[in-house]
Design a protein around this ligand. Structure first.
Ligand SMILES: *Cc1c(COP(=O)(O)O)cnc(C)c1O
Length: 350
C-alpha cells in the first residue's frame, strides 16, 4: 500500500525512537522538562524569536494564538480555505468567543487590496478587528508557498493598523525549502508562529507556538486551560528535536516525489491539477464529473494499492512524505493512470 493520505502518516525511525527512549525528562507542568526546554529554545532560535511553547497539536497552537491576541467579541481576518477556519471546529468561536472575516484569496493567496476597508471602525455596532492569520504553505491551496513580498505587505499593513499577525506554519519548513527563504526571514513579520513537527518533519506528536518572551506566561495559561499541560513530555519533544535536527533539508525529496505524481496525473484525460503548479508536497487534482466522484476514485485506488483522500466531491489530495521513495511515486502514478483509464473508458462507453 502506498499511503499518500497525508504527511502525518509517517512513523518514527529507529534513530528517532532511540532519541525519544533516552531523552532526559521532568514534570513540565510542575516546573520544566529539560528536553521540552531544549526543543523550545532550539525552535525559537531557529525562527529568530526569543521564546516558544511546546503543545500536543497544531490545532492547539493556533487556538492558543488567537486566544492570546483577541478577547471575546473580537474579529480575526483569515483566508476562507485556511485550517483555522475550516478544520478546527470553529474553535476560535467555541473556545474564545471570536468571529472570523474570511477573504477568498487568488489561488488561496490573499491580495493586499482585498484587505482594504475590512477593519471595523470603533463603533458600538461592530466587533473589534484584532488579528490577521495567514497559512504557509496553504493546505487547501495545494501546498502553495505564499509569495514572500505579499506576506511582508500584509503584515506591514496589519501592524500599521494596530492588528496582530499570526502564521499557521504547520508546513512552514516546506515553504522554506521550496522558496530558499530562511525560516527566520519568514517568521520575523509575525507576532506568533505555529509550526508542526508531526507533518513532513516526521515526528509522532507535537507543535510549537513561537513568539515573544512576555507572551509566554499567558500562552502557558491558555495551554493549560485547553488541556495541553503535559508532564514528562520530553519523550515526545525528543522526537520533535530529532525531526528539526535531521528532517528539514530532506523535505526537498518530498517536493520531488510530488512532482512525479503531478506529472503523471497531468497526462490523464479528464484529470486536472488544481493548482496547476505544485510548489511543495501536496498534489490536488480535479476529476471531470462525467468520469466519477473523488470518493469513487479514492475507493478504486485503494483497491489497487494507492491510498489517497477525497478533498471535495471532485477533488482528490495526494501528499508525499518521508516514507515515499521516487520508485513508489512512479508506481503510484502508474496505478492512478490505470485506474483512471478504466473509469474513463467505462464513463465514455455509457
Ligand atoms: C495539520 C495542520 C494543522 C494542525 O493540525 P493538528 O492535527 O491539530 O496538529 C494546522 N494547520 C494546518 C495548515 C495543518 O495542515
Amino acid at each position: 500500500m502506498i499511503d499518500l493520505r497525508s504527511d502525518t502518516v509517517t512513523k518514527p525511525s529507529e534513530a528517532m525512537r532511540h532519541a525519544m527512549a533516552t531523552a532526559p525528562v521532568g514534570d513540565d507542568v510542575i516546573d520544566a522538562d529539560p528536553t521540552v526546554a531544549k526543543l523550545q529554545s532550539t525552535i525559537a532560535e531557529m525562527l529568530g524569536k526569543p521564546a516558544a511553547m511546546f503543545m500536543p497539536s497544531g490545532t492547539m497552537t493556533n487556538q492558543v494564538a488567537v486566544r492570546l491576541h483577541c478577547k471575546p467579541g473580537d474579529e480575526l481576518i483569515c483566508e476562507s480555505g485556511c485550517h483555522i477556519y475550516n478544520y478546527e471546529q470553529g474553535g476560535f468561536a467555541q473556545l474564545s468567543g471570536l468571529v472570523a472575516k474570511t477573504v477568498t484569496g487568488q489561488g488561496s493567496v490573499i491580495q493586499l487590496e482585498q484587505l482594504d476597508g475590512l477593519i471595523h471602525p470603533d463603533n458600538e455596532h461592530a466587533v473589534y478587528t484584532r488579528l490577521v492569520c495567514l497559512e504557509n504553505t496553504h493546505n487547501r491551496g495545494g501546498g502553495v508557498v505564499l509569495p514572500y513580498d505579499g506576506v511582508v505587505e500584509i503584515c506591514e499593513w496589519a501592524h500599521q493598523n494596530g492588528l496582530k499577525t499570526h502564521l499557521d506554519g504547520a508546513r512552514l519548513f516546506n515553504a522554506v525549502v521550496a522558496s530558499g527563504i530562511s525560516v527566520d526571514q519568514w517568521a520575523k513579520h509575525f507576532d506568533t508562529i505555529s509550526v508542526c513537527f508531526s507533518k513532513g518533519l516526521g515526528a509522532p506528536v507535537g507543535s510549537a507556538l513561537i513568539g515573544e518572551t512576555e507572551m509566554m506566561h499567558e500562552v502557558r495559561r491558555h495551554r493549560k486551560l485547553f488541556g495541553g499541560g503535559m508532564r514528562q513530555s520530553g519523550v515526545i519533544a525528543a522526537g520533535a528535536l530529532y525531526a528539526i535536527e535531521n528532517n528539514i533539508t530532506r523535505l526537498a525529496e518530498d517536493h520531488q516525489t510530488s512532482q512525479i505524481i503531478a506529472q503523471g496525473v497531468s497526462q490523464i484525460e479528464g484529470f486536472h491539477l488544481e493548482p496547476e503548479r505544485v510548489d511543495t508536497n501536496i498534489v490536488i487534482f480535479k476529476i471531470d464529473r462525467d468520469i466519477c466522484t473523488a470518493h469513487e476514485m479514492c475507493d478504486a485506488l485503494y483497491e489497487a494499492g494507492v491510498w489517497v483522500l477525497p478533498f471535495s466531491r471532485e477533488h482528490v489530495r495526494a501528499v508525499t512524505h518521508l516514507h515515499i521513495t521516487p520508485d513508489q511515486a512512479e508506481s503510484a502514478c502508474r496505478v492512478i493512470q490505470q485506474v483512471a483509464h478504466q473509469r474513463l473508458s467505462r464513463a465514455r462507453s455509457t
